[in-house]
Design a protein around this ligand. Structure first.
Ligand SMILES: Cc1cc2nc3c(=O)[nH]c(=O)nc-3n(C[C@H](O)[C@H](O)[C@H](O)COP(=O)(O)O)c2cc1C
Length: 187
């Protein structure tokens, strides 16, 4: 395990044309990371390859979202989700992640693949309150299992009210005339 410093509160931004790419095995251990991933996360290939993808996990991310992510990809489907990750030095960066299973020629899942791009700023501002509510529901629960039950129930209720699936909800947050995100760093 790498001992990581505390979060800095400094946000990093992906360029408009940049894609973060990673691949994992079936258990979520990293097998490939592109140079954009290495640059924005600040980790080297030696630190990334063979490690769990949760190396870049940020505490603002609800467990519920990763539970849904794994449930979806393990059932052979793809998912789009907004994710905030941490960098090695404690900075953070938001992405819109597309995560898909990789199949062999027999249709068996042999790993997973994720491409992430710069998210719409207004989408981040809209997703944050939902993620905060999910984390609150998780934290009020007594155990990990109850936390997931509470988070999944709240997410299901929110989506039912909106009459949307999770992916459609993610896309609904994007405004038609989207402002380009600012490349570089800012606090
Ligand atoms: C292809 C792929 C990409 C993933 N990308 C991320 C990511 O960018 N950030 C993240 O925190 N978890 C990501 N995950 C989910 C992690 O495997 C893990 O479920 C999550 O970090 C929660 O970890 P924890 O349960 O140990 O807290 C990804 C998983 C897969 C299979």
């Amino acid at each position: 395990m790498i001992a990581l410093p505390p979060l800095t509160g400094v946000e990093r931004f992906l360029g408009e044309q940049e894609l973060i790419v990673s691949k994992t095995d079936r258990r979520g251990l990293l097998t490939y990371c592109n140079d954009v991933f290495r640059r924005i996360s600040g980790f080297t290939d030696d630190e990334l390859i063979g490690r769990p993808h949760s190396l870049v996990r940020h505490p603002e991310m609800p467990r519920t979202v990763f539970h849904l992510l794994w449930e979806t990809i393990e059932s052979g489907r793809e998912i789009f989700a907004y994710v905030v990750n941490r960098s090695k030095n404690g900075d953070h960066y938001w992405v819109l992640a597309h995560v898909t299973p990789t199949f062999d020629r027999n249709g068996t899942i042999i790993g997973f693949h994720s491409n992430r791009r710069c998210p719409d700023r207004s989408a981040i501002e809209k997703i944050r309150p939902l993620y905060a509510q999910l984390r609150d529901a998780e934290q009020r629960a007594g155990s990990k299992e109850e936390a997931l039950r509470a988070g999944r129930a709240l997410l299901a209720k929110t989506l039912a009210e909106l009459q949307m699936e999770f992916d459609a909800f993610s896309f609904s947050l994007v405004e038609p005339d989207r402002e380009p995100a600012i490349a570089g760093e800012r606090r």
